[in-house]
Write a protein that binds this ligand. Structure first.
Ligand code: MN
Ligand code: MN
Length: 284
């Protein structure tokens, strides 16, 4: 099977599917280490590392009702990408599919949120991504949470694991009421500190996992590595806690040129965790 035809492990036909994964091979606004356009296919390849059976959860993904729609087209500009992904995501969501978007860089997220009916927004990210524009581009991956807050209101969003922002971002977040749980608080008080913040959100949540929230020791191949991060087990705990509440998911910012395979493997495993949670919830 060529890379072009590679699909996520255990993905079935679109017919009868209740969830759909799709790739967005776009990294046009990357500010430091480009390469995330290669993320979707690297993560698909890594997905074949794992057993179909999840020993901890007693769930088997073989025969689960999810499909892989492949990658969306390669867009030239961020504006074209944002528009194109919104159109595709809106169409697929209207077909009743739970969407799992795989980046690519983080700039795809507002388009996926827009396709749903005003969910709450939980983003795991080392960065606040709360700039109004970056390098004159409001669709930059540095502006993601700001664009989602434009849609939902900042009080419908929470950022977990943040440890990097400009002073302007911090002040805007405080002014607009964006909730953040810094990585330092999670390190001091445990992941339960983050779980408490999730209790205050509306029931239906969209989850965006920027892989750079995880410490670079575990996930080195990201566009903007930031030390002092979360552990994979802490992120897994968040996904397990939100399992039944999730209405959409994305995983972004894996940059394969910087990888020896460990970051792609961890990313694929996180996607499988979400799929297992969907299965447990009877959604796929
Ligand atoms: Mn981000
Ligand atoms: Mn980030």
């Amino acid at each position: 099977m060529g890379v072009e035809a590679l699909l996520f492990a255990d993905a079935g036909p679109k017919e009868g599917a209740r969830a759909a994964l799709f790739g967005v091979p776009y990294d046009g606004t990357s500010s430091f280490r480009p390469g995330s356009r290669l993320g979707p296919n690297a993560i698909r390849q890594a997905s074949y590392n794992f057993e179909t059976y999840d020993l901890d959860l007693d769930v088997d993904l073989e025969g689960a009702r999810f499909t892989d729609l492949g990658n969306v087209e390669e867009f030239g500009s961020s504006a074209a990408m944002v528009k194109g992904v919104a159109q595709s995501a809106t169409k697929w969501a209207a077909e009743g599919l739970f969407l799992l978007a795989v980046g690519g860089e983080h700039s795809l997220t507002p388009s996926c949120v827009q396709a749903l009916n005003r969910p709450a927004f939980v983003v795991l990210d080392a960065h606040m991504d709360f700039r109004d524009t970056y390098l004159d581009d409001p669709h930059s991956h540095a502006c993601v949470t700001r664009r989602v807050a434009d849609q939902l209101g900042a009080d419908h969003a929470v950022v977990l694991g943040v440890r990097s922002a400009s002073r302007e971002e911090k002040e805007a977040a405080e002014r607009l009421g964006l909730r953040t749980v810094p990585a330092s608080q999670i390190r001091a008080g445990g992941i339960e500190v983050a779980l408490g913040a999730l209790d205050e959100l509306p029931e239906r949540v969209y989850v965006s996992l920027d892989m750079d929230v995880i410490d670079p020791a575990y996930a080195p191949a990201v566009g903007n590595p930031e030390p002092f991060g979360l552990t994979p087990l802490e992120v897994q705990k968040v996904l397990q806690t939100l399992g039944e509440r999730m209405v959409g998911f994305d995983l972004v910012e894996v940059s394969p040129p910087w990888d020896h395979g460990e970051t792609a493997a961890l990313a694929a495993r996180m996607i499988r965790e979400v799929l297992a949670q969907l299965s447990l919830a009877g959604k796929i």
